[in-house]
Design a protein around this ligand. Structure first.
Ligand code: SAH
Length: 508
């Protein structure tokens, strides 16, 4: 049985694909139907057909799933942001847990029984809307040449005009309308990706949920003396918005999908905003850390977790998994503005952070000062370069014996063999050179914070083959309504090499 393009089929959705799409089968033929919900019976139109499977477009829901809910956003089907809004939140969480489990088994080669034995229940949100503290809106023109802003439609760069996203904070709408009105009255052009002409490319808005401070950064395509025409008018309007703290421009003249340019200039107010994160004590007795609160300053180019409420749960879990008692030496790789590093530092002897973005490291050092933390040190560079270079250099001059001794450069040799290494890489996961060095450094525990369970599973296999075993696994829902899920894993070194699947590798 095969289907051809434009054929209509009736299918019952039995599963959810990795991007949130519905999956159904008709006589052994597999159909991927975007926007169809598990449990739905739908009519779908084939858009692309292969030998044994096809992609289809949802035409009509014939029998709605008991898990189907009324989506809040009228654009949820077009917009690339929310793939799961029509699925009940409970089922979204179930899907995300299964996604982590499935990737660990399929990609990581771990036995299902191990995964199930160590998996703890996913940490979901109480109120899964208006959770994002950051949004980046592309600016462009509609067919009639009117300036618009909103979100890209899924898998395209067509802008859906929408200034009221249910995931963001309500203030965003006022800010966007202020900027659009300023652009229209002052004839400020929007950037056109096809020609590379036009001025305003993106609008970044960030809000500190605890401080109430707002940052606006306009990404523009040209460097001029006064960055924006009639800039004073825009600033006068923006500064009236409650909470406005920082207005900047970022210059990006490249033909690229990267949103921010490398340079940022503050044109009003402070160059940064601040926010406070509160970490709960989720740990067992004997740990010095009780509920901790730290304040962070954030620049436009620095990474900062987008879901502040869930960040507290994520960091609390990571800290609990790190199992610190105050004596440990810890590396925090991919440390951003030092958020996790500084929480670790409150419960460890010494923390070393590594991060590729120089502005983020400047923020991290300033954040350490602000919070009176003196036992954290930060390095700028790629984790896969800083760590191996450091390891080579240090092990050449290593003083033999116990940790705590100093080499000629004054470095503590426990740096070389830390107790815990925390990693929190971007979606592509850790570079193999980074993983190889972690294995050489052989920490007692590794805490892996991941925003992509597929690359996580790949990296955990390398670490397991190097002598580590998974001890704890927990999903955290940082991105409600999207198909993405965050995950924290704790691994422990086991010299006996416990088998967790893929026996071939272990024997080899
Ligand atoms: N742990 C931080 C940041 C996590 S996001 C937090 O919770 O806020 C991942 C970070 O890794 C980003 O700050 C990004 O700039 C940084 N990064 C990306 N590639 C890197 C690399 N090769 N080496 C070091 N840092 C990198």
């Amino acid at each position: 049985m095969t289907y051809r393009k434009n054929d209509h089929v009736t299918v019952t959705i039995e599963d959810i694909g990795s991007d949130g799409e519905g999956i159904g089968r008709v006589e052994g033929f597999t159909l991927f139907v975007k926007d169809a919900v598990i449990g739905d019976t739908v009519e779908a139109k084939i858009v692309k057909s292969k030998k044994s499977y096809a992609y289809a477009r949802l035409e009509k829901v014939i029998q709605p799933s008991p898990f189907r809910v009324e989506p809040k956003c009228p654009y949820h089907r077009q917009c690339g942001g929310c793939q799961l809004q029509a699925l009940s939140y409970e089922k979204q969480l179930e899907f995300k847990e299964r996604k982590i489990r499935g990737n660990l088994i399929r990609i990581g080669g771990f036995d299902a029984e191990y995964v199930d034995a160590y998996m703890e229940p996913i940490l979901g949100m109480e109120e899964p809307f208006h959770y994002r503290n950051k949004a980046q809106y592309p600016v462009g023109c509609d067919r009639d040449g009117n300036i618009i802003t909103g979100f890209y439609a899924g898998r395209t760069h067509n802008i859906i005009a929408n200034t009221n996203c249910y995931l963001g904070v309500p203030e965003n709408e006022t800010i966007l309308n202020t900027i659009l009105e300023y652009m229209r009255t002052n004839h400020v052009s929007a950037y056109d990706e096809t020609t590379g002409e036009g001025l305003v490319r993106h609008i970044l808005i960030r809000t500190g949920f605890t401080s109430g401070e707002i940052m606006v950064c306009l990404v523009i395509n040209k460097k001029m003396k006064e960055f924006l025409p009639n800039q004073g008018e825009l600033l006068r309007k923006l500064e009236q918005i409650e909470g406005m703290t920082s207005v900047s421009v970022s210059i990006n003249t490249e033909k690229t999908n990267v949103i921010m340019g490398k340079e940022v200039f503050t044109i009003w107010g402070s160059p940064t905003i601040s926010d406070t994160i509160h970490v709960r004590d989720m740990r067992k007795e004997g740990c010095p850390l009780t509920g901790q609160e730290l304040t962070f300053k954030i620049s436009p180019l620095s990474f900062y977790q987008v879901n502040p409420l869930q960040t507290e749960k994520l960091y609390s879990t990571a800290l609990e998994y790190a199992g610190l008692t105050g004596k440990e030496t810890v590396w925090d790789l991919y440390c951003g503005i030092g958020t996790i590093s500084l929480f670790l530092a409150t419960a460890a002897k010494k923390v070393y952070g590594v991060e590729i973005v120089p502005q983020a490291i400047e923020d991290a050092r300033e954040n350490a000062r602000r919070n009176h933390i003196e036992n954290a040190e930060f390095f700028v560079g790629k984790a896969e370069e800083v760590l191996p270079e450091f390891y080579e250099r240090m092990s050449l001059g290593e003083v033999s014996g116990e940790g705590g001794q100093q080499d000629s450069a004054g470095n503590d040799s426990s740096m070389l063999h830390p107790d815990v290494i925390v990693v929190d890489p971007p979606r592509k996961g850790c570079d193999s050179a980074c993983l190889a060095t972690i294995l050489k450094m052989r920490p007692e525990r590794i805490v892996y914070v991941s925003c992509d369970s597929a690359t996580l599973a790949r990296d955990l296999r390398v670490l397991c083959d190097g002598g580590y075993e998974i001890k704890r696994i927990r999903g955290v829902d940082m991105f409600a309504h999207s198909g993405h899920v965050e995950c924290v894993i704790m691994m422990q070194y086991n010299a006996n090499g416990v088998r967790m699947g893929k026996e071939k590798n272990l024997q080899g």
